[in-house]
Structures are given as structure tokens and as C-alpha cells.
Design a protein around this ligand. Structure first.
Ligand code: HEC
Length: 123
């Protein structure tokens, strides 16, 4: 390959990578891994790599159906958008409304329901 051919190829790869960053529905796994898994764990067990002993509270384990069933989908959306304090929870849970789109947040709510294998509180 000549340099003339390599440069556009590299640009194409870069463009694809950049294009993939703001996630669509199919990218919820990436969004979850990137923004949530450090604390909540890749499998949603609440034991992410960032969680240390100085955490005042442990991140919610999303695979705990009993706990996750106490919350409606709207509750989940709200706490993801606004952060822990909106639900009288710890500010260790950051707000995401400035980072993630509404679509991404809706997809995350579905992802959390997959992880807990629960439908959540209705209403
Ligand atoms: C810096 C660590 C951290 C990151 C990153 C983080 N969380 Fe949290 N999250 C927490 C902690 C800690 C709590 C528990 C707060 C409490 O119980 O007071 C929590 C609580 C929650 C709750 C509320 C559960 C409940 O029972 O009310 C939801 C929902 C949630 N997180 C979703 C997410 C999602 C989705 C992401 C990724 C976009 C995310 N979190 C990223 C630390 C984090």
C-alpha cells in the first residue's frame, strides 16, 4: 500500500471510532462498561474496579432483584440523570444528564432490568 492509500484508510478508521463514541441503542453495552461498570461492576454485582474501602456506600448491585424491584423505571431514569442525592442516595453516584443522551439513559434502564431480571415496581 502506498502512503496515499494508507492515509485515507487511517482517517476512515479514526472516523469510525469517533462515530462510535456517542452511543446508539446497540451501544448500550459500551456505555455501561465505560461509565457504570467501574463502580457497579461488569456484571452489575456492585463490585466495580473503582470501589475501594473508602467508599461510604457500596454501589447498588443491579443483579439484586429484590432491591431493584423497589424502584420504578422512572426512579432509575431519575437517579441516573440527576445523581444519587435526587433519590436521597449518596453523591458517590454521579449525575449523567450532561454526559449521556435521553436515549442512552433509557437504554441503560433496560440494561439494568436485564441485569436484575426484574420488571421493577410498576406505576
Ligand atoms: C463513581 C462510582 C459510580 C459510577 C461511575 C456510577 N455509579 Fe451508580 N451508584 C454509585 C453508588 C455508590 C450508588 C449507591 C448510592 C447509595 O446507595 O447511596 C449508586 C446508585 C445507583 C443507582 C440507584 C440504585 C437505588 O437503589 O436507588 C442507580 C440506578 C445507578 N447507580 C445507576 C448507575 C448507572 C446507570 C451508571 C452509569 C451511567 C452509574 N450508576 C455509574 C456509584 C456509581
Amino acid at each position: 500500500m502506498t502512503l496515499k492509500k494508507i492515509i485515507p484508510a487511517v482517517l476512515l478508521v479514526l472516523a469510525t471510532m469517533i462515530g462510535a463514541a456517542p452511543a446508539g441503542a446497540e451501544d448500550v453495552e459500551k456505555v455501561f462498561k465505560f461509565y457504570c461498570a467501574q463502580c457497579h461492576g461488569l456484571t452489575g454485582d456492585g463490585k466495580g474496579i473503582n470501589v475501594t474501602e473508602d467508599f461510604p456506600v457500596t454501589p447498588r448491585a443491579f443483579n439484586n432483584a429484590a432491591e431493584m424491584n423497589k424502584l420504578t423505571d422512572a426512579d432509575l431514569r431519575n437517579v441516573i440523570r440527576e445523581g444519587g442525592p435526587i433519590a436521597s442516595k449518596s453523591e458517590m453516584m454521579p449525575p449523567w444528564s450532561k454526559t449521556l443522551t435521553d436515549v442512552e439513559i433509557d437504554d441503560l434502564v433496560k440494561k439494568l432490568r436485564d441485569l436484575c431480571q426484574c420488571k421493577g415496581k410498576q406505576g
